[in-house]
Every structure is written in structure tokens, then in C-alpha cells.
Design a protein around this ligand. Structure first.
Ligand code: ADP
Ligand code: MG
Length: 244
């Protein structure tokens, strides 16, 4: 047994002639929080999307929880159930209530009865500080509230790992803190997390490791203090000068 949750070896992803991931090696340990940073277009979203096979890798190997998800014999739906994903644009089902959004996957996939799923939705809404929105429709929520519901919905499948792709980038500034607080709580509870974000404060405070990507490659990685205070690579330095 290995303590690695995610083990990516030599991951290559091309979109036609566009070589987006150029041989990525990327590991995430159990209970580790990794913050992935890098310029727009460097391939961060594509890497996350390959991790739960929203994109098919061109080549390379992706092992999650000991399962080779790049192997066509692996049941990808089953593997995906253990990987929660939160996007920049929440993607809630607008015709369902908050509770229904959260309870949908566990009931549809036979993981919980309707009552169990409803109970669990309430608990998850407590976790994200929105229990009073149980019966609300998504359109009545602010962006920050929607994103917290999206996190609760992802947690409803009891994932072993959570992937966040710029979860606060579409939010008004005053909403960002509430969403980051929920993510911080999850991290404290030991959730394994990969977070793409421009929130360097969050990275400094919560990340065990920061990975800097540029041009489809991992350029530099290390403890937040090392990467932020003593970047080694010129591209890391240039990027940090712009964002910090
Ligand atoms: P980042 O998240 O770091 O901004 P992305 O992974 O979104 O970077 O994009 C990296 C590159 O991959 C960009 O050049 C983008 O145009 C390209 N790309 C991403 N998704 C697709 C797709 N589905 N089809 C074609 N090109 C894509
Ligand atoms: Mg992106």
C-alpha cells in the first residue's frame, strides 16, 4: 500500500496540435493540501480534468487511490465517485432546491435513501453555514452561497479527494472569505485537496505544498514559504511578482 492519493506520471495531453500538458509528474499524499498555481493557459484546469477523466489523457499514467484511471479496464464511474470537483461556475441545477441539489447524486446512485440523503444534506449545509437555505432555489442565492452549496453537493458523495478549480474567481470580493473558510475547514478535517487558486493568502495559510505550472510543465514546487519567499525559477519569480 502506498500513502499516495494521486500519482501522475508523465502525463501528456494534446488538443490537436496544442500540446497542453507536456509530461506532468504530480503526486498528492493522503491528507495533503496542494495548491496549484500558474499563468492562465498553463494547463492547470486540464490537469485537474484529467484527474477525474473529464479529459482523456493523450499518454501517461494516473493512479488515484491505487486505481489506474488511465486503464480502460478501470470502472471510471466508480473511481469518480471518490473524487469531488468544484468549478469556478458552480454548475448547480437551477430547477432543483438546495437540498435536492445535494441529495441528487447519492440517491440516484443508490448510496442513500431519500431520508438519509435529506439528513445528510442538512448536515452538509451546517458544515458550509447555509442550513437556512435548505429549501431555497439556487437563483435566490449569492455567488458565494451557490459555491458553498456546490461544495456541499460534492461532499455528499463522501469523496476521498476534492479538486477545486478557481472556486472563488467568479465571486465578488466580499464572498471570497466565506468560501475559503469552508475549504480551510475541510483541509483541517484532513481532506485531501488539490486547489487551483490565485488566493495566495489561502495558499500560504492552508497548503502543505505549492506547485507552480507554466507552459504545460511543473516548473517548481515546495512548501508555500519556500516557493513564495525564495522562488528558484525565473518564471515562478515573474508570476509571483504579478500576483502577490
Ligand atoms: P489554465 O487552467 O492553466 O488556464 P487550461 O488547462 O484551461 O489552462 O488550458 C490550457 C490550454 O489548453 C489552453 O491553450 C486551452 O486553450 C487549451 N484547452 C483546454 N481545454 C481545451 C479543449 N477542450 N479543447 C481544446 N483546447 C483546450
Ligand atoms: Mg483554468
Amino acid at each position: 500500500m502506498t500513502d499516495l492519493k494521486v500519482d501522475v506520471k508523465n502525463l501528456v495531453k494534446n488538443f490537436g496540435d496544442n500540446h497542453v500538458l507536456k509530461g506532468i509528474n504530480f503526486e498528492v499524499a493522503n491528507n495533503e493540501v496542494v495548491v496549484l498555481i500558474g499563468p492562465s493557459g498553463s494547463g492547470k484546469s486540464t490537469l485537474l480534468r484529467c484527474l477525474n477523466r473529464l479529459e482523456d489523457p493523450t499518454s501517461g499514467k494516473i493512479v488515484i487511490d491505487g486505481k489506474d484511471i488511465s486503464d480502460s479496464k478501470t470502472n471510471i464511474d466508480q473511481a469518480r465517485e471518490n473524487i469531488g470537483m468544484v468549478f469556478q461556475h458552480f454548475n448547480l441545477f437551477n430547477n432543483l432546491t438546495v437540498e435536492q441539489n445535494i441529495a441528487l447524486a447519492p440517491t440516484e446512485l443508490g448510496k442513500a435513501s431519500k431520508e438519509e440523503a435529506a439528513d445528510q444534506a442538512k448536515k452538509l449545509l451546517e458544515t458550509v453555514g447555509l442550513v437556512d437555505k435548505y429549501d431555497a432555489m439556487p437563483r435566490s442565492l449569492s455567488g458565494g452561497q451557490k459555491q458553498r452549496v456546490a461544495i456541499a453537493r460534492a461532499l455528499a458523495m463522501k469523496p476521498d479527494i476534492m479538486l477545486f478549480d478557481e472556486p472563488t474567481s467568479a465571486l465578488d470580493p466580499e464572498m471570497v472569505g466565506d468560501v475559503l473558510a469552508v475549504m480551510k475547514k475541510l483541509a483541517k478535517e484532513g481532506m485531501t485537496m488539490v486547489v487551483v487558486t490565485h488566493e495566495m493568502g489561502f495558499a500560504k495559510e492552508v497548503a502543505d505544498r505549492v506547485v507552480f505550472m507554466a507552459d504545460g510543465k511543473v516548473v517548481e514546487e515546495g512548501k508555500p514559504t519556500d516557493v513564495f519567499e525564495h522562488p528558484q525559477n525565473d518564471r515562478t519569480k515573474a508570476f509571483l511578482e504579478k500576483v502577490i
